[in-house]
Design a binder for this molecule. Structure first.
Ligand code: 8OZ
Length: 376
């Protein structure tokens, strides 16, 4: 029977196991540059079959929180080169998550204090995190965005493509497009944030257009099998809402099937919360989503995420509901998560106070498990 600890061929990339480190925002990259300790952080976690980095802004416009990393300066790319070298030296594999936050940003993070951009000028009910001139961090409401003009969209597609090229040049094994959690591409998908009446709003095919154009451009740049995508069909994160997620996301994955994706990464339920969270009238049918992708010819790996433990992850693989399982929060405090799961060692609890921002504490100081626990 398939196990989490079996190797996996991800479109030619040999993964040592089927455990994925999910993207985790840690806000430790001043000026969007990953510092030296970030290489240590990811290297400590290199026994994961695959690491997906924290969300990484493709442009300054795409940045929405203080001290998240980017892919848009030479200095940031040099920082990432240290990360990919360190992970590869430990035998790991790593892809970078390409992120544009859209309306989930604040004027103080944007060039010249400009408004963040969005499908429509609708403010997200939610907060972002900024650091003021005195170095004081705090949560503030997201700023009122401006609607993107239709002739600006090719430029955004191009920004994704350029970031994908830069990522490969920095040594990443591939990229993951962040299509989840209420950020730009998810904003275009959903009726709660998209009230456009042009070719990018209205019917499902229009709302999915930008995401599929981005996928087309990024896969053209990386070649087949080097681009994954993360989707969160029902999460309410960052004020994401759509009354009919099932047909919307089935349309999206059918479109993805044409693109030689390496994997489809699905957050089941509310991100970091209830797995059976529901938007719209019916419970979301994830089996139907996967079936729609396969029916349309999609051959990428199916990656699932949200609150899995050893037993539920093994069950997901054994039943064929997933090829890969991504673990988020456990990776903050268990750098050797693969070994702990394999050997039945206890998992360490993470310290919430150091999730976002700060230095080495709560970042690179979680130890590996000591010794083996003998079975009773
Ligand atoms: C937590 C805090 C800030 C951003 C996401 C990139 O939800 C994030 C994020 C998570 O995808």
């Amino acid at each position: 029977m398939t196990s989490l600890f079996d190797a996996f061929d991800l479109a030619g990339l040999e993964l040592a196991n089927r455990i994925v480190m999910a993207p985790l925002t840690r806000n430790r990259s001043p000026r969007a540059v990953p510092p030296a300790m970030t290489a240590e952080y990811y290297a400590q976690r290199a026994s994961a079959g695959l690491i997906v980095t924290e969300g990484t802004a493709i442009t300054q416009q795409g940045q929405g929180y203080a001290d998240v990393p980017g892919l848009y300066t030479d200095e940031a790319l040099a920082g990432w080169r240290s990360v990919t070298d360190a992970v590869h030296a430990r035998g790991g594999k790593i892809v970078v998550q390409l992120w544009h936050v859209g309306r989930v940003s604040h004027v103080s993070l944007q060039a010249d204090g400009r408004a963040p951009v969005a499908p429509s000028a609708i403010q997200a009910k939610g907060k972002t995190y900024v650091i003021d001139a005195d170095g004081q961090g705090g949560f503030v409401p997201t700023s009122m965005p401006r609607a993107l003009a239709v002739d600006e969209l090719p430029g955004i597609v191009q920004d994704y493509r350029r970031a994908a090229r830069a990522a490969l040049d920095a040594g990443f094994d591939g990229v993951e497009i962040h299509g989840a959690n209420g950020y730009l591409l998810d904003q275009f998908l959903r009726r709660g944030a998209n009230e456009r009446s042009d070719a990018y709003g209205g019917p499902i095919a229009h709302r999915a257009r930008l995401l599929l154009e981005v996928v087309d451009a990024v896969t053209a740049e990386t070649g087949p099998g080097r681009t994954g995508i993360r989707l969160s069909p029902v999460t309410p994160s960052n004020d994401a809402f759509d009354p009919e997620p099932q047909p919307l996301f089935e349309y999206v994955v059918r479109g993805l099937a044409r693109h030689g994706m390496s994997y489809i990464h699905i957050i089941e339920g509310a991100t970091g919360g209830e797995r059976d969270y529901q938007q719209g009238q019916q419970a979301f049918d994830y089996d139907a989503l996967r079936a729609a992708y396969r029916d349309a010819g999609g051959r990428g790996a199916w990656m699932v995420n949200n609150g899995y433990d050893l037993a539920s992850a093994q069950q997901a693989l054994a039943s064929g509901r997933a090829d890969l399982v991504a673990f988020g929060r456990p990776y903050i405090s268990n750098p050797d998560l693969v070994r702990r799961l394999r050997d039945g060692l206890p998992l360490a609890e993470a310290d919430r106070a150091t999730f976002y921002g700060g230095g080495a504490k709560g970042y690179i100081d979680y130890p590996e498990a000591q010794g083996l626990v003998q079975p009773a």
